[in-house]
Design a protein around this ligand. Structure first.
Ligand SMILES: C[S@@+](CC[C@H](N)C(=O)[O-])C[C@H]1O[C@@H](n2cnc3c(N)ncnc32)[C@H](O)[C@@H]1O
Length: 274
């Protein structure tokens, strides 16, 4: 697997976007940046006099939309070109109060207890190193006020898997465990299925059940010819064909950038203890 360099990867992504459009025009991607027309993602958990930090702020939509609603919100990101794009994007929508700062990916450049809410959307899944992610949880704990909320939205799977160099799919338990170690408690969890994820799930279930059914069948002597193998009387021949078929589908799904696991996008709300 090739090395993943977050700054270079997302600087290149920023170069493909145009300020004001909010998407990644001209490029096919499973990730669409949130459109400006959307309500701020965590609006239900935010009150007007609160201070909010969005980590991995990308093109700046969340921060811009909060500033538009008179909430003090700051964004930080590891990719300097994303920061520039976020500023231009906000200006293109008439928001000149939004602040964005460069982040080294771990240490948050703010004093302890500076924010009531810290938000993040599809960022932690790009922190592929677990010890770095643990440090981010520690830093978030430091800059939140006691009782403050860390609101995250990430791709979550049934099994931890590092499928692409820039994405590590973790389980719900991984996030809850890591957050718990750093002084957070989960208070809300919303799961969102996506079409490409669901298709893959259906395929996995089909395979699981057909294998279980076949496991109960008795073997018969090996086939001498292809015609014999094709006979319905040999369930294990069917199993061999099914396995081959599944391997081919797996291969296609991998090529098409489908995760070979059940994945959802989870919004989780963690409360800082104390
Ligand atoms: C998929 S974008 C999401 C941007 C924004 N939150 C949104 O919803 O549109 C991921 C963002 O996280 C930042 N990022 C990626 N990998 C990172 C890492 N390892 N550490 C810290 N930030 C990272 C990128 O610079 C990028 O802006």
């Amino acid at each position: 697997m090739k090395d993943y360099l977050p700054k270079e990867h997302f600087d290149a992504e920023a170069e493909r976007s145009s300020p004001g459009e909010g998407e990644n025009p001209g490029k096919f991607s499973f990730h669409s940046f949130p459109p400006w027309s959307r309500c701020p993602q965590w609006w239900d958990f935010i009150e007007k006099d609160m201070k909010v930090l969005d980590i991995g702020s990308g093109i700046g939509t969340e921060v811009g939309k909060l500033n538009q609603r008179k909430v003090f919100a700051v964004g930080c990101d590891v990719a300097p070109k994303m920061i520039e794009l976020a500023k231009k994007n906000c200006l293109a929508h008439g928001v000149d109060s939004a602040k964005f700062v460069l982040w080294d990916g771990i240490n948050l450049p703010f004093q302890a207890g500076s924010f009531h809410r810290i938000t993040t959307n599809t960022v932690l899944q790009h922190v592929v190193d677990d010890s770095k992610l643990e440090n981010i949880f520690s830093q978030v704990n430091r800059v939140l006020i006691p009782g403050g909320l860390f609101l995250i939205s990430e791709i979550v799977g049934v099994k931890t898997s590092h499928v692409y160099s820039h994405v590590k799919v973790r389980t719900r338990k991984d996030y809850i465990y890591m957050a718990g170690k750093k002084g957070f408690t989960l208070i809300a969890n919303k799961k969102q299925a996506k079409l490409y994820l669901s298709l893959n799930y259906a395929f996995c279930l089909l395979r699981l059940f057909s294998r279980r059914w076949l496991a109960g069948k008795k073997d018969v002597p090996g086939p001498a010819t292809r015609q014999q193998e094709d006979k319905k009387s040999n369930p294990l021949a069917f199993k061999r064909r099914l396995d081959k078929f599944c391997q081919r589908i797996d291969h296609v799904l991998d090529k098409m950038h489908f995760f070979p696991l059940l994945v959802t996008q989870d919004s989780m709300v963690f409360k800082k203890e104390g």
